[in-house]
Design a protein around this ligand. Sequence first.
Ligand code: F0G
Length: 509
Amino acid sequence: MVIPVLPSLASWNSFRTRLSKSGPILKGVLNTMLTRRSWAEPWKIKVVEPVRMTTREYRLRAIREAGYNTFLLRSEDVYIDLLTDSGTNAMSDRQWAGMMIGDEAYAGSRSFYRFEEAVQRVYGYRHVIPTHQGRGAEHILSRILIRPGDVIPGNMYFTTTRFHQELAGGRFVDVVVPEAHDPADEHPFKGNVDLDKLESVVKSNSGKVRYVSLAGTVNMAGGQPFSLENLRAVRLLTERYGVKIILDATRVAENAYFIQQRQPGQLSRPIAQIVKDVCALTDGCTMSAKKDPIANIGGFLALNDEAIAEEARNLVVVYEGLHTYGGMAGRDMEAVAIGIDESVDDQHMHARIGQVSYLGEKLIGWGVPVVRPIGGHGVFLDARAFLPHVPQEQYPAQCLTAEIYVDSGVRSMERGGVSAGRDPETGEERRPSLELVRLTLPRRVYTQAHMDVTAESVLSVYEQRQHISGLKMVFEPRYLRFFQARFEPLPGAEERLHVQVRTPPPSSG
Ligand code: F0G
């Protein structure tokens, strides 16, 4: 989607007067142009939180102390925080009001029943098991559905999801369409499942595939959606083999927006209806309520099967909390319930993805290599194309996150070899085809000016890219290493590591 950027009202009026004097042909042009309108967010700002600007020298020290890992920075040292859209969203006044009326009863909280009703109504699943966040739901689901030796096909891995599948003794197999692995491919539905690949995995692992793990707007591919058409085909195929589909619904409303915009015949349908259709084609979902539902914490597991739900209720009391709070406070359940409804509002989603698109189109316009098409929750820089001289074993995407932070205080996240970790069987480092830096946009938090500052910083680093060299990992945690790993510049590269920008960034006060 290209967002039209129109001139200010004064210049627009003078342009209109000049144009209308120029005869009937131009009048036709004028009329066409008059039908164009800019869009703006469907909210106004009521509360603000100051952010701190630091100097370049300060940030250099901070990133060194953080072992060149943006997860290890202190947030007060960050100017624009694009690390994640997880739990970092701005709640609405209605959500905050809901927090005040949260029922904190240990059992049978009124807030749980509001939460349960919202999940059932919006997503359509029968049974709702609350969890503290998405990985809590993944843990419980994996324990129930996976037996040692099982194979779980999915449309590209996600870090925590695959980890819980492996912990339960399963093996994840990627069945996403090949276009998803090519950052430059413009396929509108790069989150689609490759049906032939899926069928061959199911056939060659007879009795070992109990469900397909299907994610909305595939995170590691750059926030890329699947189509309703593809999901229908997956459903037909899996039904033939008695295999379930479990949806990672974390960003399903964003996926529904892309279906609405890109799939023929869907444009007039509300996002809420498309979300319902998607969920109806699956058997259950895991959800991180920290994303789509615009909450700061929370999640759930939702299922249609009574027996699986019963087992999940058994396990939730062991690992999360009672089945009517699952690790959330009553007020959190209120915030999630209200956020779920807000997440499927068409105006909200237009503005949310419109902002991501604004940042992405700007970078594309300047020739910066990014994953195309622009995804739902962030703009993903293609670190291989950005730093072709830095080999993958020197973690180019990790390196780029550090450079961008030093340049402007913008915090991004590595989504490449570091995130991919090691193969549990061979112990070898995985080398994913996508080596990306994610500039993730929290919902309703930043303005267009923040996007401009971010884009200018990325451009500045891009223009100096030949001076950037790689990193070596000096501390590697055993699990989900990207969160806490530490790095150092390669020997001799310290001097060259941090590029000098042409103009001082906005934060180098
Ligand atoms: N599934 C997807 C697609 C996610 O993006 C995440 C979290 C989870 C599951 C796990 O949910 O964090 O609530 O436990 N993604 C965050 C991110 C961490 O930054 O993309 P959680």
